[in-house]
Design a protein around this ligand. Sequence first.
Ligand code: ADP
Length: 191
Amino acid sequence: MLNIVLFGPPGAGKGTQSEKLIHQYQLVHLSTGDIFRANIKGGTELGNKAKQFIDQGQLVPDEITIGMLESEADKYPDAKGYIFDGFPRTPKQAEALDNFLTSKGTAISGMIALEVDEEELRTRLMIRGKDSGRIDDQDPAIIQKRIDVYKNETEPVRDFYMSQNKYTGINGIGTIEEIFGRLCTAIDAIK
Ligand code: ADP
């Protein structure tokens, strides 16, 4: 299996690039942000719980997120591989994902990180807030909170994969096609 963790701060372009990568490599896209938003829209219990955290720019607690991700992955028993987008976001989630994949006889093939500077992230998120109506993208204070949470809670996940020699960083600035090309080069190198 080809199992990729697509990593990077909020607004780095993970969702956009995942959509292209799943077609190129026939992978299943698992975006925890998308799954939470679908649950919020559907008014499920999980959605109601998650919304309180998401609207504040905080992470949804690990217990909720890990269970949700695993049951979502289990919906695709015949998958050739997965792109994990927005997960893992804490070292605890990374450990849980390793254990989960080991129990399925597979593993993460590599983490690929989209590197984008903070100024560019703020600009992109404000534009997305206008276009998508996402509440968490409309308020500069919530955006800053998410960037800070990323630095404090999520960046350590990078070290987790670096210590396994599974990390590749790529430049996340450029056109969608340019960045897609860089991602494919990185993935072809770990396949
Ligand atoms: P972005 O990458 O732009 O922050 P996402 O769509 O990935 O957006 O996530 C939106 C929100 O959903 C996050 O700010 C967080 O509150 C919650 N979330 C998503 N994935 C996770 C996760 N793995 N762990 C905890 N919370 C998460």
